[in-house]
Design a protein around this ligand. Structure first.
Ligand code: HAM
Length: 458
């Protein structure tokens, strides 16, 4: 008996997906596929190629890139010892204790909470600085964060993201990356799209440091009016206080200094050029001085996009510039900018605004009766599928009445009726289920008729 098999007296257990994870099912998955196809198409037109990094990486990679003090790294990662090193590393004879106790020097790995760190790691690992610059990459797939689940917030969620690495930090690159997301959303007819932008200055220069000092001083003045989280952040990460959604803190936050007034000349020039470049591309934006983002690697441009129908978790995309991250991870000095779209939220918003297909219907349901008809039905199904039609072929014979009821339930457009008469006459009956009309066709004409029907309905 294998280890996981139930013992004789054990009751069968009904399992459920783990909290914060879920099954994506048809017909919703058809919408996921459409969204992903559109991303491949649109990103391809901007010259981006797809990268598929692994789902897990050394914990240290995320700690360095995203920042050890961030919520993502300090509280939300799924981290464990790398099991491949298990046998080699457990001291002989040692059988008790937690993995961490038994394997003090085992490499810790984490399920990826985001993919920018992985893309930078891959850029360095594959010497992509030797390719023509900049290197433009996009990805899609699951990410993992142990957050409190709610509508639009999951522990396994999906991102579609893109990164531009290398080359210059020309403001036109920032603007084109933003233009690409907006084009993608536009193509999907996403409703209520709002783009917010900001510049958070340069970490190495005086401008960010100078601003953070002024912000700290201003925060100390209103400390009593802030909640415990924000009070703690005055010391650990004062910029994050600006992110607070707490109603009681909004009045105090409104009095704080704006970073735009404290940018150094180079950052200010960059920021105004990004805005100009966005205008040249017809991208409508709103400046939001409180947009600081929750990951440490950002500098200069930050942006976030919200969409309608999402409640409190309405950020459908976040991104920004991160010059210096590749260097921080051991690579050459490299410019970088990118974004990630929350695909779950994007889908939710599309569904809320009625952009989701209701049912994944079949084109043709083949109702057959009799041995000879079965053979013909199998051949017809093969030919129709080859021509790109979605076909349901019942595995066992059923009365025509029952078969037509089944075709209706599956949302089929047509029923192809094949009985002994049809087979011997060589004339097949096609019933249009919407209006109940039916006509007879030769095998050759049938395909033409269905093709015309498809062209009309698409
Ligand atoms: P982020 O803001 O942490 O940025 O995530 C980007 C988007 O992922 C969010 O705007 C949201 O739509 C979605 N998202 C985040 N957490 C969850 C969750 N628990 N459930 C559902 N959706 C979620 C990043 O991840 C950066 N790597 C983006 C980036 C790429 N910056 C530069 N390049």
């Amino acid at each position: 008996m294998s280890e996981g098999a139930p013992k004789k007296d054990e009751k069968p257990r009904k399992f459920q997906a783990i909290r914060g994870t879920r099954d994506l099912l048809p017909p919703e998955t058809a919408l996921w596929n459409r969204v992903e196809r559109t991303a491949h198409e649109v990103f391809g037109t901007f010259g981006f190629g797809e990268i598929r990094p692994p789902i897990f990486e050394p914990t240290e990679l995320f700690a360095r890139a995203v920042g050890g003090e961030t919520d993502i790294v300090s509280k939300e990662m799924y981290t464990f010892s790398n099991p491949t090193s298990l046998a080699a590393m457990v001291p002989e004879g040692r059988t008790e204790g937690t993995l961490a106790e038994m394997l003090p020097e085992a490499e810790m790995i984490s399920l990826r909470p985001e993919a920018t760190a992985s893309v930078c790691r891959a850029y360095i690992e594959h010497n992509m600085q030797q390719l023509p610059q900049p290197v433009k990459l996009y990805y899609m797939g699951p990410m993992f964060r142990r957050e409190r689940p709610q509508k639009g917030r999951y522990r396994q969620f999906y991102q579609i993201g893109a990164e531009v690495l290398g080359g210059s930090d020309a403001p036109a690159i920032d603007a084109e990356v933003i233009e690409m997301v907006m084009t993608f959303f536009d193509r999907l007819e996403l409703q209520g799209v709002q783009l917010d932008i900001n510049s958070i200055g340069h970490s190495a220069d005086n401008c960010r440091r100078g601003y953070v000092e002024k912000l700290k001083a201003a925060l100390e003045n209103v400390k009593d009016k802030l909640g415990p989280d924000s009070q703690r952040r005055i010391e650990t990460n004062p910029l994050r206080v600006l992110d607070s959604k707490l109603e009681s803190e909004q009045g105090s936050i409104a009095t704080l200094p704006h970073i735009a007034d404290h940018l150094c000349e180079a950052c200010a020039t960059h920021y105004s050029a990004v805005k100009h470049q966005l205008e040249m591309r017809g991208v409508i934006y709103r400046e939001n001085w409180r947009l600081v983002r929750g990951l440490d690697y950002y500098m200069r441009t930050t942006f976030e996009i919200t969409a309608q129908g999402l409640g409190s978790q309405n950020a459908v995309c976040g991104g920004g510039r991160y010059d210096g991250l590749v260097e921080l991870l051991g690579g050459p000095p490299t410019k970088g900018i990118g974004f990630a779209i929350g695909e779950d939220r994007l889908i939710l918003s599309l569904q809320e605004s009625g952009k989701a297909p209701a049912q994944q219907g079949r084109d043709v349901y083949i109702a057959w009766m009799g041995e000879r008809a079965h053979a013909t039905a199998i051949r017809a199904a093969k030919d129709l599928r080859k021509a790109g039609f979605s076909v349901e072929l019942p595995p066992v014979e059923q009365k025509f009445g029952k078969a037509l009821g089944q075709a209706d339930k599956l949302g089929a457009k047509y029923a192809l009726i094949l009985g002994d008469n049809e087979v011997s006459e060589g004339l097949w009956t096609l019933k249009t289920l919407a209006d109940g009309s039916q006509e007879k066709y030769t095998e050759a004409d049938l395909l033409d008729r269905l093709r015309k029907g498809k062209a009309l309905s698409s």
